[in-house]
Ligand binder design. Sequence first.
Ligand SMILES: [Zn+2]
Length: 467
Amino acid sequence: MAKRKKAKTIGELKASGYQPVPLREEMRRNLIAMIKKKKNIFPGIVGFDDTVIPQIENAIISGQDMIFLGERGQAKSKIMRLLVNLLDAEIPVVKGCEINDNPFAPICKRCRDKLAEEGDAAEIDWLPRHERYGEKLATPDSTIADLIGDVDPIKVAEGRYLSDELTIHYGLIPRTNRGIFCINELPDLMERLQVGLFNLMEESDIQIRGYRVRLPLDIFLVASANPEDYTNRGRIITPLKDRYGAQVRTHYPATIEDEMSIVEMERRQFGGDELESYVPQYMEEIIAEVTHLARKSPDINQRSGVSVRVSIANYETMLSNAIRRAVRLGEKLAVPRISDLPHIRASTSGKIELESFEETREDKVIDDLIKKAVLNVFNRYYKVFKLEEVVVQFSGGFSVEVSATMRAKSYVRNVREMIGLAEVIRAVDDSERPETIASAVEFILEGLHVNKRLNKTTVEGKTVYRR
Ligand SMILES: [Zn+2]
């Protein structure tokens, strides 16, 4: 569109030749244009290109309402918020309207009265796309008043009749008229509200305290639910379930690489640290591997799932422990090591649910996941039998001590003492910096331990590897 002065009144809008279109048509048209231009519609969404995104695109091209089914932490909320990318940059609305009325076809009584009175001189506003989005986490105590609306007692006291729609105080959904509204955890909504929602979607009317008001809203309603809750009989009323044209099934990152890219993107980053930090590839892989193993673990409740947030929080915790050490010891570079990993218990436990209820087992379950993750990652980098040269040097009482609070320099001494270790380290990291070498030494020693080539004893945070 050529740059011209934006219309300020209905008259100017008419003169500009602007033609409003229904919401679904707008989204469909913009989606098709984006596909044509090969634009990324869901920036920052990783690993859904061949699975989830085609389903969403089909639903939008079909004009179908969508429900996202998936366990926690599968980027459902993020995707739903990104749907605003499919809206026009801005649309005209009747100025001051609570429900973003289309200037050419207002539905609320206030605007209809206003337009009848002011005609083409009535003022309009331009609503940007990010203001055309609303969301609500459904809870058993969500009310009709919150979502749909209520009768305004002040207006009733002014002498209006209850059936007069001017007495309505609009809820969240009507206020998102001509936009996208998301209801998270739909099955948690009371049945009465589900009926209200259905009437709104299907019959374009709302019922408040027994009064039926026709309100043909133009809304794209999206919902999310845990698959288990959704299929559970009685959690969702059948007509509402039938109303959703597309059930989009989300999933966890299929590969460790996808899991790591999401962590890289989503982790909290702080500026202004004087300290440098570096996370070796294998340490990041261990974090992602812990989560992938947790998603297959019979000890963990798989119905609620293991969110990508577990990986993100664990990565942050692991790095923080390395930063804490570096600051304490006055080292210039913070590099996480195996001995930092027990700290991820704190960031894992709140985000998973165990199948059993014994209190002491949680740490054990997490420790076992870490051990298995180290084993898997280590064996992707090394063939254990090729490390015999290192292992034999432990015969005859030789041992190596490590800990999360030990200086990087003391590890460098080990590397000098042991034949072949420097070369083994270079296979995972070619940095010569002591902090990086310390991390690699621990990775190799622990890798040999989980492969049953070395014994390990840990007392008060100090770990000794020996044969
Ligand atoms: Zn209005």
